[in-house]
Design a protein around this ligand. Structure first.
Ligand SMILES: Nc1nc2c(ncn2[C@@H]2O[C@H](COP(=O)(O)OP(=O)(O)OP(=O)(O)O)[C@@H](O)[C@H]2O)c(=O)[nH]1
Ligand SMILES: [Mg+2]
Length: 232
């Protein structure tokens, strides 16, 4: 069973080499990485290209910063084309610990979607101030109530999908691009009746590089939630 980790990057030169090296050091069988880079000005793609001589890595280069959601949609399509059975969403900034990947693959043997969850017993966040926690909790509370989402961590970006989920949901039709992308995808997965499991993970705030979360993403988040509630 092939696993592909889809890792979107925009200016992650401080993180990407360390992350890729760490993941392959885990020696997980039949694992490949697909980096989706939006022409990062810092040259992230060059680092990935160099590492692809040594490791099983694919690089999808796009012409500019087109957003996280569209990066994942392009990455999912490519991963399915490469024959992946399990497809991960994972950030490049070490907020998602590579050491959790084997546990998530194991859990995916009995689930269609595994969420690396900060919101169940044993999970958590390190390094966020109260404003970021407040915002994140508020967004989760809002979307869980509005959309009836059952998982606890609905904004998590650390996930493992069985290929049939991404094949059967019309991923092209997902409109949100920022934070809301994660909820929209989860909402569609739940609505389609797939089995969703959460396993606890500790999320660590990024140590290197800059956050790309913008005010625009936060506004989009609320608009998309309301649209999803009333149109689907
Ligand atoms: N290809 C691509 N990757 C992106 C884009 N925006 C963000 N990313 C990547 O998506 C991942 C998550 O972005 P972050 O900036 O860490 O956003 P975040 O995790 O929501 O915010 P922080 O908690 O502050 O780190 C990182 O690997 C980014 O490099 C984009 O427009 N295109
Ligand atoms: Mg991050």
């Amino acid at each position: 069973m092939k696993t592909i980790l889809v890792i979107p990057t925009y200016n992650e030169k401080e993180n990407i080499e360390k992350l890729i090296t760490k993941i392959f050091a885990l020696n997980i069988s039949d694992l490949e990485i697909l980096v989706v880079d939006d022409n990062s000005p810092d040259g992230t793609a060059n680092i990935v290209e160099r590492l692809s001589n040594k490791y099983d890595i694919h690089l999808l280069k796009r012409e500019g910063k087109l957003g996280l959601g569209s990066a994942y949609i392009a990455g999912f399509k490519k991963a399915l084309g490469l024959g992946a059975d399990f497809i991960f969403e994972m950030d490049a900034d070490f907020s998602h610990d590579p050491d959790d990947v084997p546990r998530m693959i194991e859990a995916a043997q009995n689930a269609d979607l595994v969420i690396g969850s900060r919101k169940i017993k044993g999970g958590g966040v390190i390094g966020w101030g109260w404003t970021r926690k407040f915002m994140s909790n508020g967004a989760m509370w809002f979307s869980r109530i509005l959309l009836g989402l059952k998982p606890r961590d609905v904004t998590a970006g650390f996930r493992c999908f069985r290929k049939k989920v991404l094949e059967s949901i019309d991923i092209e039709k997902i409109k949100s691009n920022g934070y809301a992308f994660q909820e929209e995808l989860l909402y569609k997965t739940q609505k389609a009746g797939f089995k969703i499991t959460e396993i606890p993970v500790t999320f660590v705030d990024r140590q290197e590089g800059k956050s790309k979360l913008s005010k625009k993403d936060i506004i989009e988040f609320f608009i998309v939630m309301i649209k999803l509630r009333f149109t689907l």
